[in-house]
Write a protein that binds this ligand. Structure first.
Ligand code: PLP
Length: 467
């Protein structure tokens, strides 16, 4: 009888059954084939998350459209997978534009959002016919000039700052009045932006956009934002005779990062937005498309970071489990104090409070603090869950550690979708001067260890040796 599949092994880890043979076999097999540290993504979870999202919106809205925010994970295999499922693309840089195009996207399936776009980024977006999601009046004039020079019409929306606090972490709270993002509704700034855009012959207004933050777990922020945005869209029609073809209410749907947590479901979000949308379309007298653009929700829960234990150390205060990945591999715990569930694979001992420490030389490089887990031994595996979003995409080579590989698991098949970085990768782009001669006595060792020369008694002149 065939054993459990890799997918079933990953599911066992998620279900906190990390000591069971399915989990042990899957992780041992992946680690021996690809090494550690290793990012693993489960295809069935990505497609499942996408389909759940679409199924929540499709019956409630007549023209829903789902975009994938590539910043969550730009690996081409995942982007192609979500494109095949029907997602359009939301991107934030020239690199992400090229990643989307490389994964098969046409320009008109791409929305380009950034609060600070460089001229070459604007030019590329205009050239391929992407919607440029404009963030300021200054930028609007630049987009218009680029389009005019290229003899094209630029398709645009404005990112609106609705001034709503969805109560998420400050660093990812983007729709509050003091954030750097978007044109504020307050003070008529957004309205003035649209008025000006309408006057520019090289600009075609396509939509309105907002994104109030990431890892949002309360519905109220979305509802307050939708109210403000839909009332603004009505105002655009009534006061400026502008009809938009889409209203984008952003991404940000939170996912559970703790065992037993529920999270905000797409169904709860869609059903909260539905009555507001119905009232708006009736009052406005037309119906634009409703766009949503999650990133984390599709790929976050699908990702696993597999690490190997280098050593275990007891201090007077703590037990540290030192693993072979760190904040350079998974930044979220150090940057946001984010919680990722950790599983010790194949151990059943009594749980102890353990700190899983990274291999980066920073005190803050703790991947999981004070977790009740069975104590592992050197060589065991510790796996971090929900690492598919803002994991690899935020990874760096700090401390001269090459980037980890990425694997896509489909049932019992594991496909390498990014090779492991190498030490050559780290230095490939360096331009090295030819080694300069070393200053004598400059090294720490030579200073400390070189024996002191005794001062020789000076010889009388004429008696020098060899003279
Ligand atoms: N759209 C924009 C403009 C964003 O900045 C982000 C991420 O911050 C997203 C969508 C995706 O957010 P999330 O991954 O939380 O769904």
């Amino acid at each position: 009888m065939p054993g459990p599949t890799l997918h079933e092994g990953l599911e066992a880890l998620r279900a906190d059954r990390a000591s069971e043979p399915a989990a042990v076999r899957a992780i041992t097999r992946l680690a021996s084939e690809f090494g550690t540290p290793l990012y693993v993504y489960d295809k069935a979870t990505i497609t499942g998350q996408f389909r759940a999202f679409r199924a929540a919106f499709a019956p409630r809205f007549s023209k829903p459209s789902v975009l994938y925010a590539l910043k969550a994970n730009t690996n081409g295999a995942l982007v192609s997978l979500l494109r095949a499922e029907g997602a359009s693309a939301e991107v934030v840089s020239l690199g992400e534009i090229l990643a989307a195009v490389g994964a098969g996207y046409r320009g008109d399936e791409i929305l380009f959002t950034s609060s600070s776009k460089a001229p070459e980024e604007i030019a590329k977006a205009v050239e391929i016919g992407a919607v440029v999601n404009v963030d300021s009046r200054d930028e609007l004039e630049q987009v218009a000039a680029h389009a005019e020079a290229a003899g094209r019409k630029a398709r645009i929306s404005f990112r609106i700052n609705p001034g709503v606090d969805p109560h998420t972490l400050h660093q990812i709270n983007t729709g509050i009045a003091e954030s750097k993002f978007g044109l504020h509704l307050e003070g008529g700034l957004a309205r003035a932006g649209y008025k000006r855009a309408k006057e520019l012959p090289s600009i075609r207004i396509e939509g309105v956009h907002c994104h109030i933050g990431s890892q949002i777990t309360e519905i109220e922020g979305y509802v307050a934002t939708a109210r403000k945005m839909l009332s603004f869209v009505r105002e655009l029609k009534e006061e400026l005779s502008i009809r938009v073809s889409f209203v984008d209410l952003g991404g940000g749907l939170g996912v559970p990062y703790h065992d037993g947590e529920e999270g905000l479901t797409p169904a709860a979000l869609a059903s909260a937005l539905e009555p507001l949308w119905r009232r708006f379309t009736a009052d406005a007298g037309y119906e634009p498309e409703l766009w949503m653009e999650p990133g984390r929700f599709f790929v976050g829960p699908a990702g696993f970071l597999v690490t190997r234990v280098n050593s275990v150390k007891e201090t007077p205060l703590k037990v540290f489990v030192n693993v072979n990945a760190g904040s350079n591999t998974l930044l979220r715990p150090a940057m946001y104090a984010a919680h990722h569930r950790a599983r010790v694979v194949g151990r059943t001992g009594a749980p102890e409070a353990l700190d899983i420490a990274g291999d980066v030389c920073e005190t803050g490089d703790i991947l999981a603090a004070e977790r009740l887990l069975p104590r592992p031994r050197a060589g065991d595996f510790v796996v971090f869950l929900d690492a598919g979003a803002y994991g690899f995409s935020m990874a760096s080579t700090y401390n001269a550690r090459p980037l980890p590989p990425e694997i896509l698991v489909d049932g019992d098949t594991a496909t390498l979708i990014r090779r492991r970085g190498t030490f050559d990768d780290l230095v490939r782009d360096e331009i090295r001067p030819s080694p300069a001669p070393r200053t004598k006595g400059a090294s720490v060792g030579s200073k400390r260890e070189a024996p002191r020369r005794r001062k020789r008694p000076s010889r009388p002149p004429g008696k020098r040796r060899g003279a």
